[in-house]
Unconditional design. Structure first.
Length: 258
């Protein structure tokens, strides 16, 4: 698919990964919908990557609400007239042991990561079917391939995203809609800084600020962390690829191979 002028919705767009994805797609000539929880932040980021030129649009959305997701899709169709790509990137994490893991935290993670992916696809797909083509790219995690301790809900949600990807690939293939997943690896982000690094630092015997680099050096053949740009480039590839579907692209420096 030629990306120039195409429309991509990116959920969780103002986070670290979302920004990398949006910037890359914008550079490819796509019109990018910046979809996240706070309208002001969406608008601010949209302005940075080209709202004044009609290349970016900020829309507030709560992916766990079908009403909110439906309104987002209606706004996109009204403003831009088409939806070519959906990147399901919105995600949250809570780190906790099995014993003591709060049920409300489990429900929240499954709700945002898994149900949110389902609801966004359900709202977008009818438009893709009508135009006989599209791309759905679901952001999973290396935790779906090699989960660590304290990640019960998060790993389950990310495994589930791969399952949805494989199901939708079969259902939507006849409509020329490809569905793929990406598993990011070790990326400096608030998710790592606020949750994973503090939990893993005692196990590794290092300061939390050094966790990502320590893991990348020790457990990946390339011995370096990944970046949001790496994930953006992977998304752009899957947007362009006409005959790739049902796949899970792991961008983790080779970690999950081991």
């Amino acid at each position: 698919m030629n990306l120039k002028g195409r429309v991509a919705i990116v959920t969780g767009a103002v986070g670290t990964l979302g920004r990398g994805i949006c910037k890359t797609l914008s550079k490819e000539g796509m019109r990018v919908v910046i979809a996240d929880l706070a309208q002001r932040e969406c608008d601010r980021f949209a302005d940075q990557i080209g709202a004044s030129r009609g290349n970016a649009l900020g829309i507030e959305v709560n992916v766990v609400s079908m009403e909110s997701v439906s309104k987002m899709v209606q706004k996109v169709m009204g403003a831009l007239g088409q939806i070519d790509v959906l990147v399901n990137n919105a995600g949250v994490i809570v780190i906790a042991p099995l014993v003591g893991h709060k049920v409300e935290d489990f429900d929240k993670i499954i709700g945002v990561n898994l149900k949110g992916t389902f609801l966004c696809a359900q709202a977008v797909v009818p438009h893709m079917i009508q135009k006989k083509g599209g791309r759905i790219i679901n952001i999973s995690s290396v935790a779906a391939k090699r989960p660590g301790p304290l990640q019960s809900a998060y790993a389950a949600s990310k495994h589930g995203i791969i399952g949805l990807t494989q199901v939708w690939c079969q259902e939507l293939g006849p409509y020329n809609i490809t569905v793929n997943a990406i598993c990011p690896g070790f990326i400096e982000s608030p998710m790592w800084r606020d949750h994973l690094s503090p939990a893993l630092a005692p196990m590794l015997g290092v300061d939390p600020s050094k966790v990502v680099n320590t893991i990348a050096r020790a457990y990946t053949p390339l011995q370096r962390p990944q970046t949001s740009k790496d994930i953006g480039e992977a998304v752009a590839y899957l947007c362009k690829a006409d005959n790739v579907s049902g796949q899970t692209l792991v961008v983790d420096g080779g970690h999950a191979m081991w």
